[in-house]
Design a protein around this ligand. Sequence first.
Ligand SMILES: [Zn+2]
Length: 306
Amino acid sequence: MSKKELCLVCPSCKVTEINIRNDKFICDKCNLFYKIKDGYPILINFNLEHVLIKENEIEIKKKNIKKNKFKNKILNFFYGVSKITETNAINFLDILNNNNSKKVLVIGGASRGSGTDRLWENNQIKITSLDLVGTENVDYIADAHYLPFKDEAFDGVWIQAVLEHVLSPEMVVKEIFRVLKKDGLIYSEIPFMQQIHMGKNDFTRYTASGHRFLFKKFEKINIGVNGGPGISLSWSLKYFIWSFTNEKIANFLSVIPFFILRLLDKFLSQTASWDGSSGYYFLGKKNINFKFDKEELNQVYKGKQT
Ligand SMILES: [Zn+2]
């Protein structure tokens, strides 16, 4: 997609369309320039609140795609691919009508999320991907608190396992609302019963009800659990093993519980999943006439506790 089609704006003022001059993106209004590193525009004002990353921490990872595909196949065999995410991706694409003018923003798209191959491989949508690290999947390096796109630039936004890594999920959701067109779709996944991952850059967890309330400006299409108590227990076992060994051994040994317990999840009661889920998803729509009814929150939880 050409940069002109996307209507890039300065992430600080969100007003000025930014122009390329001498391999830099310039905002005349803010008197700021944004660098390009190894071909990746870095559209971040590092002085803004909530931006934690420093300029010298921006990494460009040239991965070996073929080697990664092989590694992912092995990991997927043991850890499984989320069937729920796969189904949700199909649903997401169906609602977008598979119209070739549809633009989808993937926030945190440095690596493909579990169960998202159909999304990435659908050549009827145009994906724009951003992350804080540059990989072959990334178009722009940007911070989700300050999206460098004009209002109503996208038909859909996909944000999977990202919101736990941002300082202010509320602010990121507000930005998603801004860059979505009327009737635009949002798909979010967030962990619940998972231990710390990405070390110092892990800030929060949400229940299904909390996740719904986070997206209160959006009309709900679907909401549910992603990964039952078996997966949650596998996470716990991995971190239990890690507590007296090291990460490599923990990863190696936890393959067994992940392989067995995720299969057991299929036989557990669906209500139990709501109480001990590994994560939750939310699929919603930007409907500017939608008013959030607090009564809807009472309907979200489908667990064992009344
Ligand atoms: Zn500006």
